[in-house]
Design a protein around this ligand. Structure first.
Ligand code: COA
Length: 705
């Protein structure tokens, strides 16, 4: 026994409590503690039954994820894992009841399934989310779950990793009884009632495992989904295979098969990358100079200025999170368009079964459209979301300064412009901050919180808390042109154009990136965002372009020909009415013409060159951003790219990817590109330094416990 697991007896029921805050992960000492308490219960003559429960906010949220890295790096042996404990629970002559609140995730659910019974509060969630970390359940989850919920549901839960609520789990047979009121009281009463009943051990239940005829279409469908929706991922396929083993092999052989598949996943680069993303996301919320006890002013009402695409998406984000919002614009026409867009998008969600009509009405009811500035007076935060024009933004902020209530946060959704310059248009620059959402704002998870020179700590703390409430992953970044995301994206999209000017095709460039795993290629992204957006920004900043540096020619030419991307039906691609893209020979002609005018002799360009030039240009700029402390850590840059730009999470983000390639190999290519293409490929000093020392970007990241 140890401090991590506590023991007491209530009459004839022993209560074993896991006490490993914050989420009762199965860290070293926890399984041993549970086993020791169980042993003690066996020896205690008063005890007829056992309850296993978690202290604090959760039952058990799973294996301790930090331990996986120790195993893969060789500093820790894997051993038998949880199996001995699970058999001890399952074979206990005094039946064990798992009492679940918060989460029973991963190893937590595997522990619960080895118990004789499971009771839960209705709000609890149960799941096998390992696949999100590139893993499969490694302690019998793929063998016991189908025995409890059937093959199809078990596959769904292990393949996609989404948890079920306890209420659903009760319907599925995963939970034996829901407990209203105090969990431990209910669980003890339940355990007492069941004390002398014979136990039907889960590993011995075969009734739901199905016949080959029943299972074959289920596995075929699951594999098809893995192919279409999870194309590049190893773990979903491994999960399906392990569950197939449960249907074909005796239990213990199934366990061995699961162990082998788990091992393959654990040592894969995908799992290392996904675990990196898990911790990087949580590290991003930690700001070294922001004390934990900084007072946070609650946001009860929000205002948005500008009812364009971004304003609409941001308004929906607030409404979806239960925060009433005023959406203000200067033209009735814009408001009408905004309302139609909001209604259309909500109706689509209702049609897809994402939420009910009643929820849609509730959300719509939280959005007030307005032509009048004074409707913003009550707002605790006002987010400006007009197009990228400094003069206009300054005008809006000086107006907001006059009408917003004292203490209101004044946020700008600018994606490139200086927060400090915008803040200077107000008498309260400490209240001004950047909240850079990504389009579509109610869908994309990333929020760049841009910290200006004078942004106050309470405004920063409130922004972080608000982001969490809005369901966003926040990354705090410094103020520079384009911040983290767009500053890196500029060179990336420029390089894509240079590659085409030099001889690559539109298809080749986009395909290189989608085959790498990006959600979309750089040119298709341009069409989605609107090519005129970049065109406008280039005009806004053209006075800053250093003389003599090569500029891409193609996109400006497309814009001049009215090809603005999806919205005009044509950009890099041609689009039909459903926005399906087609290659367009007219674009090839424009490309040929631009090459001729620029005197470029096209050459054959390999996929490897495309991939390296696009990714390493991100990495090189990322290194500069890190050195300038615009990003606090390399892992923050990874989070920006994974959640804001469709970078594949199973590659960990651009900086993690560079570390995994090895910085000296990256630098070697950057130097070659520098020699071939000139100053834009000047290696970042930090890249040179770290590569020279044989280190990676992650080695300079500060982690805050
Ligand atoms: N192992 C180790 N640490 C874990 C953990 C785990 N399984 N689950 C959560 N933590 C840590 C987080 O890193 C975080 O640490 P920090 O405070 O130092 O940043 C802390 O616990 C709280 O987690 P957080 O995610 O911020 O809290 P939450 O309330 O939003 O969510 C969970 C809680 C359990 C839903 C969420 O953490 C989760 O999904 N965890 C992973 C569960 C999982 O995948 N289990 C299977 C492992 S194979």
């Amino acid at each position: 026994m140890n401090d991590l697991v506590l023991y007491y007896v209530d009459g004839d029921v022993a209560v074993i409590t896991v006490n490993n805050p914050p989420v009762n992960a199965l860290s070293p000492g926890v399984p041993e503690g549970i086993a020791a308490c169980l042993q003690r219960a066996q020896q205690d003559d008063r005890v007829r039954a056992v309850v296993l429960i978690g202290a604090g906010r959760s039952f058990i949220a799973g294996a301790d994820i930090k331990e996986f890295g120790k195993i893969t790096s060789g500093s820790k042996a894997r051993g038998e894992g949880l199996h001995p404990l699970l058999y001890a629970l399952e074979d206990s002559p005094k039946p064990v009841t798992a009492a679940i609140h918060g989460q029973a995730f991963g190893g937590g659910l595997e522990v619960a399934m080895a118990c004789a019974y499971r009771v839960a509060v209705p709000e609890a969630r149960l799941g096998q989310p390992e696949v999100k970390l590139g893993l499969i359940p490694g302690a019998g989850g793929t063998q016991r779950l189908p025995r409890l919920v059937g093959v199809a549901k078990a596959i769904e839960m292990c393949q996609f990793g989404e948890p079920v609520s306890a209420s659903e789990a009760a319907r599925l047979g995963l939970v034996d009884q829901l407990v209203e009121g105090d969990l431990v009281t209910g669980a003890v009463a339940f355990a007492r009632r069941m004390a002398d009943q014979p136990v039907n051990k889960v590993r011995q239940r075969d009734a739901l495992l199905g016949t080959p005829e029943q299972n074959s279409p289920i596995f075929a469908r699951a594999r098809e989904l893995a192919q279409t929706r999870q194309r590049d991922l190893i773990a979903p396929r491994a999960a399906i295979e392990a569950i197939e083993a449960a249907t074909k092999l005796p239990f213990y052989e199934g366990i061995q098969q699961e162990a082998q598949l788990f091992e393959q996943c654990l040592f894969s680069s995908q799992s290392k990358a996904l675990i990196h993303v898990f911790f990087a996301e949580r590290a991003a919320a930690k700001i070294p100079d922001l004390p934990k006890d900084t007072p946070v002013q609650p946001v009860q009402k929000a205002g948005i200025v500008g009812a364009g695409t971004m304003g609409v998406g941001i308004a929906m984000t607030y409404a979806n999170a239960g925060i009433p919002v005023v959406l203000k614009d200067v033209s009735q026409q814009a408001l009408d368009r905004a309302l139609a867009a909001i209604q259309r998008q909500y109706a689509q969600s209702v049609a897809k079964g994402r939420f009910s009509q009643a929820v849609m009405e509730e959300r719509l009811g939280r959005i007030q459209l307005s032509l009048d500035d004074r409707d913003l007076e009550e707002a605790d935060i006002v987010v400006e979301a007009v197009f990228e024009n400094m003069a206009l933004k300054k005008e809006i902020f000086s107006r907001l300064d006059q009408i917003a209530k004292p203490g209101a946060i004044l946020a700008t959704n600018t994606s490139t412009l200086s927060i400090d310059e915008i803040a200077a248009a107000t008498s309260r620059p400490h209240q001004v901050v950047g909240h850079h959402f990504f389009s579509p704002a109610h869908v994309m998870r990333l929020l760049e919180i841009v910290r200006g020179r004078q942004t106050s700590l309470p405004v920063l703390a409130a922004s972080l808390a608000l982001a969490r409430r809005l369901g966003k992953v926040a990354v705090v970044v410094g103020n520079c042109r384009g911040f983290v995301g767009n500053r890196m994206f500029g060179p990336y999209r420029r390089e894509a154009q240079f590659l085409i000017e030099e001889g690559a095709s539109v298809e080749q460039v986009d395909r290189a990136m989608t085959e790498f795993g990006m959600a979309m290629g750089p040119l298709a992204v341009g069409d989605l965002a609107g090519l005129d957006v970049g065109w406008r920004i280039r005009r806004e900043f053209q006075h800053l372009d250093p003389p003599g540096v090569r500029k891409p020619l193609l996109e400006d030419r497309l814009v001049e020909k009215g090809r603005l991307g999806q919205k005009s039906g044509a950009g890099w691609y041609r689009y039909d009415e459903n926005r399906k893209p087609y290659f367009d020979p007219a674009v090839d002609e424009i490309i040929d013409q631009v090459r001729r005018e620029a005197g470029i002799q096209p050459r054959l360009i390999s996929q490897q060159e495309i991939t390296e030039r696009l990714l390493y240009t991100l990495v090189n700029e990322g290194a500069r951003i890190l050195e300038e402390k615009i990003a606090l850590r390399s892992s923050d840059i990874d989070i920006v790219y994974v959640y804001g730009y469709g970078f594949p999470a199973h590659r960990g983000g651009p900086m993690f990817y560079a570390d995994s390639v090895g910085l000296s190999a990256v630098l070697e290519r950057v130097r070659e590109f520098h020699a071939q293409h000139g100053s834009r490929w000047q290696p970042a000093p930090l890249l040179e330094r770290l590569a020279g020392q044989g280190r990676g970007f992650s080695s300079i990241d500060t982690s805050i416990a």
